[in-house]
Design a protein around this ligand. Structure first.
Ligand code: P53
Length: 479
């Protein structure tokens, strides 16, 4: 790092997971069935996860076992502490607190579980950072209420959020409302609509219009949660959370520039609303052009204006590129909107690796939203090989090192106001997109296969010791 320019001493170095990808114990502690509990396993070569209406016998639902964090969290947190982690991000499973979503009284067993989890973290000097809905909602709200296209969910979510703020405001200062709320802008993928908004399309329904209405209802719920938190404890910091994927123009052709700008506007209007408190002009016009009737009341607009977030949480894994459509020269993906970037390598799962994009997007966020930023996910899914109880995962070290180096430039050279960096994930877990265990992100290896078999024993990978040294040097020792 450039001499004399350093990260702040209280920088939150850490790691992140989500409840349904690690906890397992899907039927313990009074928990209800969530949308994650009805998603079957898929694979790298056949990546679409089949979603059933209810849990069916004989099918493989990897989130039912996770990595058994529900029972092993004390031991796992010991490993996080020895690693030197200063922050740990997880989520609260909505279904542990309100099993079906529409109850009026919370489930005490669920609250007690998270209370002990957060106390355990605090006692080890680790700051909990908590997402309320991480790709997860009670399945009843999907099946019987129609997911987030139904406004009744707003009150239910605010009740859930308020219960959590009231119970945990002494242990948890940093909160986020919805994980990667912007993924549903890619509404052509059914599972994005389901994970983000619990939307199962109806016969003849316009997916894009349904996505906009569901998103609006979530954005109102998010803003109301921000306002509720402020009332309960003004010390609380409530953020949005977006998957930040720069979408570059393929060339300097003005038409490609225009296409890329619109793609960025389209994906990030969620952040405009959460950070700036209103919908951008282009989107209001777009709804009118398309004849969409997105119901935004005057009262909603007022809530959005007042309930802006305190910070922006973000994940960063990769970048995309796009070009003018139908010019006949470039090859688009199956949705006819993205093109490959000839300058970037890809992971085994086809995710383009772009460290500079990390610095690029941090600058973009700061310039556009004027909020402190927290990196709450950044990582690399790969196949691991265990040799004599060791895992030499240099590919993960290379990925983290190059991305952290660019992050540090964004802070020390560009002045981005960054609260912390939580890599995804300190420990192997169930992949969100494919449900695989084989797509390993961890610094800590978990002995378990895609079908849930294995000892579940934890092993420390080379990357664990690398990250330990990095944190101890507050980001200076990138070797
Ligand atoms: P998996 C798409 C694009 C960027 C991030 O992803 C994404 C997704 C959805 O899969 O998800 C985030 O496990 C998400 C985590 C997830 C992680 O990235 O599909 O917030 O829950 O595990 C990595 O490889």
């Amino acid at each position: 790092m450039t001499k004399g320019l350093k990260l702040p001493n209280d920088f939150l170095w850490g790691g992140a997971v989500s409840a349904h990808q690690v906890e397992g114990a899907w039927q313990e502690g009074g928990k209800g069935v969530s949308i994650a509990d009805v998603m079957m396993a898929a694979s790298r070569t056949d990546p679409a996860r089949v979603v059933t209406d209810k849990v069916e016998d004989g099918k493989i639902y990897p989130n039912h076992w996770g990595i058994d964090f529900y029972h092993r969290y004390k031991d796992d947190i010991d490993l996080f502490q020895q690693l030197g982690m200063r922050a740990f991000r997880t989520s609260i499973a909505w279904t542990r607190i309100y099993p079906n979503g529409d109850e009026l009284k919370p489930n005490e067993e669920g609250l007690a579980y998270y209370e002990d989890l957060f106390n355990t973290l605090r006692s080890k000097g680790i700051e909990p950072v908590v997402t309320l809905s991480h790709f997860e909602m009670p399945n009843k709200l999907v099946q019987e209420y129609g997911g987030w296209r139904n406004r009744e969910l707003i009150d239910m979510f605010v009740r859930f959020a308020t219960t959590c703020f009231q119970r945990f405001h002494k242990q948890v200062r940093f909160w986020m409302t919805f994980n990667e709320i912007d993924n549903q802008s890619d509404w052509r993928f059914d599972h994005h609509l389901l994970q983000d908004s619990g939307l199962k399309l109806k016969e003849g329904e316009n997916a894009e219009e349904a996505m906009f209405q569901a998103s609006h209802n979530e954005l109102v719920a998010s803003a109301r949660a921000v306002l509720a938190a402020r009332k309960i404890d003004p010390q609380l910091q409530v953020g949005g959370m977006l998957a930040m994927v720069p979408i570059y123009p393929l060339t300097a052709k003005p038409e490609d520039q225009m296409e890329a700008m619109r793609a960025m506007q389209y994906r990030y209007f969620f952040g405009d609303v959460e950070a700036l408190g209103q919908y951008p002009a282009w989107l209001r016009k777009y709804w009118r052009q398309k004849g969409y009737n997105v119901k935004v009341s005057a009262a909603d607009a007022d809530i959005l204006r007042r309930g802006t977030v305190d910070f922006m949480g973000m994940s960063y894994y990769m970048s995309f590129a796009t070009a003018e459509r139908d010019d006949g020269e470039v090859e688009f993906d199956e949705h006819n909107d993205l093109v490959g970037n000839p300058y970037l390598p890809k992971s085994d799962w086809g995710w383009q690796i772009d460290p500079v994009g990390m610095r690029w997007i941090l600058n973009w966020m700061q310039d556009r939203w004027h909020k402190p930023v927290m990196i709450v996910e950044n990582g690399f899914g790969a196949y691991d090989k265990v040799e004599d109880g060791k895992i030499h995962d240099n590919y993960l070290i290379d990925y983290l090192r190059s991305h952290i180096a660019e992050m540090e430039k964004a802070v020390v050279l560009d002045g981005v106001d960054l609260i912390g960096y939580m890599m995804w994930s300190p420990i192997d877990l169930i992949s969100a997109s494919t449900g695989e265990m084989a797509k390993r992100y961890g610094l800590i290896y978990v002995d378990q296969d895609d079908t849930g078999k294995g000892s579940k024993k934890r092993l420390l990978k080379d990357s664990y010791f690398w990250y330990q040294r990095l944190i101890a040097s507050n980001g200076a020792d990138l070797q």
